[in-house]
Design a protein around this ligand. Structure first.
Ligand code: NAD
Length: 467
């Protein structure tokens, strides 16, 4: 498994922290000045962000091609177009969301009223991963802006072209005292996470998530962690196997398996295993042709380190489909492995690449117990036509979110909060939840000046105690 460099001691990053602190102070002052409070300001900034993306759209799509060989249509639908939709959704509703919310007041405070004010935290740091390098910093940024925060954006250094375009785009359209991009690797991130920010929104691996949370603890900075893990995909004997094969193959090999909610492995009822594998194999050919390396619709692994790691997970004696690759091209064929056991290497870490292990089960309870004994996954998918099976799975396993009879698609809905649980993360966003996540809920009781229950105050006389 890959190793990450250990956290730098705070004194080693101190001078870098000083530089970062200047940016943070400026941003905090900007938010404190009240400039970001009016909803009109926020709407203007969202409009501006949309205009910036529109102007840079071609370059963003090119950069996605350069860094990940992402097909243009995929780049558009999962990154750029997604961002437009997200901005549009928020803009339509923001005026309603920002209003102080009046809530009920207990009878003990008769004559009083209660409100929840949503206020910005201040300067929010957004750290992104490499796999959807544009969308996974821009979508949280939309939430940060909507909630009235200033933001520092740190895109992944593994996708340098996309990172560069984001820096140029946001640099051109926004003042750094409001939104600032900081590019770079671990040194930059270390300095950032040790600084006295007001909020950190991190998307990435479990391992780095822990580093971020530990650093955030120094200044008690609240964190949202959008992490990963091994997301199971259960296919029971009452599933529509054609649909299951199509939707699993699509969800797994989209972005070459480098999707946080990709089905990591399939758990199939043994009676339909052979049929499912045959159908998935046919589906791979239907999507990417006889030679996926030549397909314009199939991407590449982000870098050689990940390519080596992934190739190390392929056990050639268990390969049912694919299993080959070409390092120079960072190509790894869509791969299915069969007869895999829970002990195999491929089942010990998040795969995050185009390798799909298939395990089978005879009794659903055993499969569910196996999932339940492992870290809580970010996603879970179930293919079945039986509503009792559906209920059983939904009620017995904890996971971030998922789909019944599909993969990935739950994250596209702005009505569903997207996030992990346990080691797959904490906090959630999308749609209104993005606004909520980047807002502090300030509770205010407006007390009546006419009604005064003086018996609650000392001295606590015997007469009062009887009341
Ligand atoms: P990563 O954790 O390696 O990197 C994420 C960010 O952390 C990068 O910007 C990187 O610069 C920074 N970083 C790396 N090492 C660091 C260190 N030692 N100290 C401080 N910062 C550091 O993740 P990745 O490889 O880019 O992305 C893949 C992971 O992200 C997978 O585990 C995947 O499941 C997860 N992911 C989760 C979601 C989600 O929404 N839950 C989405 C996409 C990816």
């Amino acid at each position: 498994s890959e190793t990450k460099a250990p956290i730098q001691a705070p004194n080693e990053v101190q001078s870098a922290v000083q530089t970062v602190v200047k940016v943070i102070r400026a941003q905090q002052q900007f938010v404190r000045s009240g400039a970001t409070r009016p909803v009109e300001f926020r709407l203007r900034q969202l409009e501006r962000l949309k205009a910036a993306i529109a102007r840079y759209e071609t370059r963003i799509l090119e950069a996605l091609q350069q860094d990940l060989r992402k097909p243009e249509l995929e780049g558009y639908s999962t990154e750029v177009g997604y961002a437009y939709d997200s901005i549009g959704y928020v803009m339509k509703r923001l005026k309603q969301w920002v209003k102080p919310e009046r809530v009920r007041t207990p009878l003990t405070h008769v004559g009083s009223s209660s409100y929840i004010y949503r206020e910005p935290y201040g300067s929010a740091l957004i750290i992104g991963p490499f796999n959807y390098p544009f969308m996974l910093v821009i979508d949280p940024l939309i939430g940060a802006i909507a909630a009235g925060n200033a933001a520092i954006v740190k895109p992944s250094e593994y996708t340098p072209h996309v990172s560069g375009v984001i820096a140029e785009m946001l640099g051109e359209y926004f003042d750094p005292g409001y939104i600032q991009v900081m590019e770079g690797g671990q040194e930059v991130t270390s300095a950032l996470i040790h600084a006295p920010l007001d909020f950190i929104f991190f998307t990435g691996s479990i391992q780095v998530g822990k580093i971020v949370m530990a650093a955030a603890a120094e200044h008690l900075v609240p964190v949202v962690l959008e992490l990963g893990g091994k997301s199971p995909c259960i296919v029971d004997h009452e599933a529509d196997l054609d649909l299951a094969a199509q939707r699993i193959v699509w969800g797994k090999f989209l972005n070459t398996g480098q999707t946080c909610v990709a089905p990591d492995y399939v758990l199939v009822h043994e009676s339909v295993k052979a049929e499912l594998i045959a159908k998935m194999k046919a589906q791979i050919t239907a999507f990417y042709g006889e030679d996926p390396q030549q397909s314009p619709d199939y991407g590449r692994i982000v870098n050689e380190r990940h390519w080596n790691r992934l190739m190390g997970l392929v056990d050639s004696s268990k390969v049912a489909v694919g299993g080959t690759g070409e390092r120079e091209d960072l190509y790894l064929a869509p791969t299915i492995m069969e007869n895999v056991s829970w002990e195999d290497q491929v089942m010990q870490e998040e795969i995050f690449g185009p390798i799909l292990p298939v395990l089978d089960y005879q009794v659903l309870d055993t499969a569910l117990r196996n999932i339940g004994e492992r870290p809580k996954p970010l996603a879970l998918y179930l293919f079945t036509s039986n509503s009792r099976t559906e209920r059983k799975v939904m009620e017995s396993v904890s996971f971030g979110g998922g789909c019944i009879n599909d993969t990935i698609m739950h994250l596209v809905s702005p009505y569903l909060p997207f996030g992990g649980v346990g080691s797959s993360g904490m906090g959630a966003y999308h749609g209104r939840y993005s606004f909520e996540t980047f807002s502090h809920r300030k509770s205010v009781l407006k007390k009546s000046t006419r009604v005064n229950l003086s018996f609650i105050y000392p001295p606590y006389t015997a007469g009062k105690l009887k009341l």
